[in-house]
Design a protein around this ligand. Structure first.
Ligand SMILES: *Cc1c(COP(=O)(O)O)cnc(C)c1O
Length: 469
């Protein structure tokens, strides 16, 4: 399998070539040259597989430059009951008649990003050990991504993590999750500022090419191809768990921000998984809903991004979206370059009057968005009907999923976080706190390990230079 860039400026590369990178050298995103396909007979043969066995079957065509036995070992080491608290890894639970919840949040940080990042940690360590490399991961977080990255990279040889977060501005639970890590390769840096200050510091450090090269600075952002690939697996797992016959079409509802999760669903569909509708749900930050309705992709200025009760979906632009557009314009990199030039210069592009929009309409996406009141009502409704508590992000997907479900077509709603991560919203909706999973009861009381720093680029560089791998 060879990988190319959506902007056309990268020589075809192997999986290992692109594994550690972020953007392709030409500013585009890596994608397989062609999507592998799965025949109905192969799919039927996967019914009895465990999650790690299925993951190997799905991922092997994408990762063909790591010896098969090594890849199998890495996958089996990742998807364990110890890490995900359930044999199924992503269990499908009946929610209401014809609707299932696919539990993606049973990993160490109780959010779906663990599924991809836990594998990424093992792949990174393997690749670095192979060529005696070192990696210093620098990131900014307001909660979710940072903790998933730290739990994925803790204790990994050759890797250090420097994670900037706004001092005293994360929830107590999220702060405790990150700061209670005692692993010597994890560095939590609480910045006296807001999230944007943290992100600006990361950008400033990354823009210093010499510093970046000297200290092997890397990231684990959501455009990393391996993350998308790892997420393809659970669409297969969900379909296998819910389908009752071999070519049965099933729809998926996906709470979406950066288009990473649902991009994996789109690729699963292209591979031949019988997916009927990909129901894309946004919150008030409806960049993607707007595009699929109008053909206009209009990014938002940072100060136009609403802060919502589903904060992990509060985005100004959808960083993985370029992968889908590349396909929608017939994989013509010149068109992609022109569209993103328009985004950079005028803030939007408009496909409505082009033949490409017809392709977009035929691609299986249906979109909608939710408001805070919708999410609260959905949490109450699901709790009243089933006794289950879902989080605000999952509620967004369930709300829009129920709006667009069809008679006779099973619907799988992706659960992207456990409610305990967004306790205040659950208290607002239900007047009570959700239960905490075992092991998380007193997390706020654990000793914490972090540094407090000013918004000072020179100081953070100095800190990295002193502590780098
Ligand atoms: C990251 C995240 C999302 C959005 O996923 P994308 O891949 O960015 O579309 C939704 N819900 C939760 C809880 C998340 O952490």
């Amino acid at each position: 399998m060879r990988y190319i860039s959506t902007r056309g400026g990268m020589a075809p590369a192997t999986f290992s070539d692109i594994l550690l990178g972020g953007l392709a050298p030409d500013g585009g995103l890596a994608l397989p040259e062609t999507y592998p396909t799965v025949t109905p007979a192969e799919l039927a043969g996967w019914r009895g597989l465990s999650y790690p066995e299925l993951a190997f079957a799905v991922l092997r065509p994408f990762i063909d430059d790591i010896p098969a036995d090594d890849l199998r070992t890495l996958i089996h080491k990742t998807y364990t009951v110890a890490a995900f608290r359930t044999e199924a890894i992503t269990p499908a639970t009946p929610l209401i008649e014809g609707v299932w919840l696919l539990g993606l949040s049973n990993g160490p940080t109780l959010a779906f990003k663990d599924i991809a990042l836990q594998l990424l940690g093992n792949l990174f360590e393997y690749a670095l050990l192979k060529n005696s490399g070192q990696l210093n991961i620098l990131g900014a977080t307001s909660g979710d991504t940072g903790s998933s990255a730290e739990y994925a990279m803790r204790g990994k040889r050759g890797i250090r993590v420097f994670m900037l977060s706004p001092h005293q501005k994360m929830s107590r639970f999220q702060t405790a999750q990150m700061f209670s890590l005692q692993d010597p390769n994890i560095f939590n840096i609480a910045v006296r500022g807001v999230f944007d200050d943290c992100q600006d510091m990361v950008k400033a450090v990354s823009n210093d090419a010499e510093f970046k090269a000297r200290y092997a600075i890397g990231t684990v952002n959501s455009i990393n191809w391996a993350r998308v690939a790892a997420q393809i697996v659970y669409y297969f797992k969900g379909w296998l768990a819910v389908s009752t016959h071999d070519d049965q079409e099933i729809s998926f509802a996906v709470p979406s921000g950066n288009f990473g999760n649902i991009c994996a669903g789109y690729i699963a569909k292209r591979m031949g998984l019988p997916i009927r509708r990909l129901i894309l749900a946004t919150n008030e930050n409806n960049v993607l809903d707007e595009f699929f309705r109008t053909g206009i992709y209009r990014v938002r200025a940072t100060d136009q991004v609403a802060q919502t009760s589903s904060p992990s979906m509060d985005i100004s632009k959808a960083s993985n979206f370029e992968r889908f557009i590349f396909d929608a314009v017939g994989r013509d990199p010149a068109v992609v370059r022109e569209l993103w030039r328009q985004v950079d210069t005028q803030g939007y592009f408009d496909l409505s009057d082009t033949p490409y929009f017809q392709t977009v309409r035929e691609s299986g996406f249906i979109t909608g968005s939710s408001t805070h009141q919708n999410r609260m009502a959905t949490i109450r409704q699901i709790h009243a009907e089933t006794g289950m508590i879902i989080d605000t992000h999952t509620a967004d997907g369930v709300k829009v999923g129920l709006d667009y479900r069809e008679q006779g077509v099973p619907l799988i709603c992706l659960e992207t976080a456990l409610p305990v991560k967004f306790e205040d919203s659950i208290i607002e909706a239900l007047g009570r706190s959700p239960e905490r999973p075992a092991g998380y009861e007193n997390i706020e009381d654990l000793p914490q390990r972090f540094e407090v720093m000013d918004v000072d680029v020179a100081a953070i560089k100095q800190y990295i230079a002193t502590h780098a791998a």
